[in-house]
Design a protein around this ligand. Structure first.
Ligand code: FAD
Length: 477
């Protein structure tokens, strides 16, 4: 009898898919039995831990991945611990000496260290790219440095040509005949139970690769046609809502890029604009690679001396959507209810926290990380710093959003506000973004009692703006 070929290990992380998964395809192509595993590392394991909302997503995404692997003759094993230790143990127990993984740029230096440790144990690591449109080391300035400004980054990225064609999912794979005992995913207790505040998520989202594929196809068919002109209007739902799927690697940006070409009779400007947004994600990852502490340290150190103030009651009102500014409240309640918030409203709510309440952007980054299903270590940190003005290529601090005017411009009929702030449902369109100016008879007609059924503004925007500008000036001079 010929000796059995030793198995190879595929380590799944934020790449919970079978299609366009270069690491999995390469492992299957070796012809060896495949041991696919997921490691629950926790904060001690390095990298960013998943937030509470993402724990719900992760549970369902792992279930979907396990089923997809079963359908092809494989399995998915679950372990808890420090990644290198778990991988060495599994390799020693099974005789594997090759590990396949997709690079995860949020932990680039840790991955290099891990490869060194495994090599010392006689285990080779094969790393592949797929998380971004292009390998970040290829998108460089003429002098070979990473970009700090988006527009030249985007030009350089386009000059590289299209990202590679997505790979098909393997049809079948050989499972290993003997594997170490796996933990039970169901025992990890990832979804919340008491109370089950994620109950509504399942009505909106379908975690997993099939859900991602559906979202992408649906978007190309219905949203992409008007993407450029419509993406700023939260009530219109014209964006892809692919972000939680991208954050868990259930779809690759290359798949999204290429799928956009399927828009028939499409205006190329819509396709290009969508691809440009995907490129922002690549750009933010290039910032994270350069500055791994992007979620905690100001990119622009001029902001280190900024005099933030923290008022627990104001912060609480912001988190709960009770600021008295309807567009801010609608956004914060959408976040809580759906684990998602429209991009335009993310900018408005973030600006409100930072500039109207003068609360440190890191408090906002933390709350979004905990509550967003798409929380992404690069996009979240870079976007918060973009709004704060402390980031690379950021919006200047002195550009302060007026939440009332933003609401009127981007939610002109108030449909978005009415969807998430039911107290305001019957308020006249003229006052939907400024209930605090409505005459008594209008409030009465809408069944609204300011200060009781809906709050009065927790700060006056005009004076808050002056205070923020003064603090900014004091930091700079
Ligand atoms: P679409 O408009 O359909 O765009 C497609 C994809 O392109 C998105 O899924 C995303 O991957 C990428 N993209 C789109 N807009 C941006 C952008 N402005 N910056 C970077 N990438 C973008 N995005 C996250 O994925 N995770 C986060 O944790 C996150 N936190 C944010 C925090 C703040 C304060 C702000 C202002 C923005 C944040 N964003 C974050 C960026 C953006 O809001 C979301 O990517 C977008 O709303 C997701 O919706 P969509 O998939 O429908 O986007």
């Amino acid at each position: 009898m010929p000796a059995e070929i030793p198995p190879v290990i595929v380590w799944f992380r934020r790449d919970l898919r079978l299609a366009d998964n270069a690491a999995l395809s390469a492992a299957v192509e070796t012809g060896a039995p495949v041991i696919a595993l997921f490691i629950r590392e926790g904060s001690a394991g390095g990298g960013m831990p998943f937030g509470a909302a993402q724990a719900w997503w992760l549970h369902h995404s792992l279930l979907a991945l396990r089923q997809a692997l079963h359908d092809r003759g494989g399995d998915l094993l679950f372990f808890t611990g420090e990644a290198a230790t778990v991988l060495v143990q599994v390799a020693q127990q099974t005789g594997a000496s090759q590990i396949y993984l997709n690079r995860s740029y949020e932990r680039d230096d840790q991955d290099r260290e891990l490869a060194r440790r495994l090599k010392a144990e006689g285990i080779a690591v094969h790393a592949f790219q797929g998380q971004l449109l292009h390998d970040p080391s290829r998108v460089r300035t003429g002098a070979g440095r990473p970009f700090r400004v988006f527009t030249p980054f985007w030009k350089a990225l386009q000059a590289l040509g299209e990202p590679r064609e997505p790979l098909a999912a393997p049809d079948a794979m050989r499972g290993a005949s003997s594997t170490p005992p796996s933990e039970q995913l169901e025992d990890w207790g990832l979804p919340p139970t008491k109370p089950d505040w994620a109950a509504g998520f399942g009505e909106i989202w379908t975690p997993g690769e099939a859900g991602a594929r559906f979202r992408l196809e649906d978007f190309v068919e219905k949203g992409l046609r008007d993407y450029k002109s419509g993406r700023d209007f939260p009530a219109r739902d014209l964006t892809s809502r692919l972000s939680p799927h991208l954050a868990h690697g259930e779809v690759t940006p290359a798949q999204a890029w290429h799928a956009a070409s399927a828009l028939d009779d499409g205006d190329p400007a819509q396709i290009t604009h969508f691809r440009r947004e995907l490129a922002w994600r690549d750009f933010n990852y290039s910032l994270l690679i350069k500055s791994p502490r992007l979620a905690t340290d100001n990119w622009n150190t001029d902001f280190d001396g900024f005099a933030w103030s923290f008022d627990g009651a104001l912060y609480h009102a912001w988190r709960n959507g009770l600021t008295g500014y309807p567009i801010v409240d609608a956004g914060m309640r959408q976040l809580w209810r759906e684990g998602y918030m429209h991009n335009r409203v993310r900018m408005i709510t973030a600006s409100f926290l930072i500039k109207d309440l003068m609360i440190d952007w890191r408090k906002g980054e933390e709350w979004f990380r905990e509550t967003l299903l798409d929380a992404d270590p690069a996009n979240n940190a870079a976007s918060w710093q973009w709004v704060a003005g402390s980031g690379a290529d950021a919006s200047p601090f002195f550009r302060i959003f007026n939440p009332t005017l933003q609401g009127e411009k981007f939610d002109p009929d108030g449909d978005y506000v009415r969807r998430y702030v039911p107290e305001l449902r019957h308020l006249d369109k003229k006052y939907i973004h400024r209930p605090f100016e409505a005459p008594d008879h209008i409030l009465q007609k809408a069944g609204l009692r300011l200060g009781e059924s809906y709050p009065r503004p927790i700060v006056d925007h005009g004076s808050a703006r002056e205070r923020a500008l003064a603090a900014y000036k004091a930091t700079r001079y």
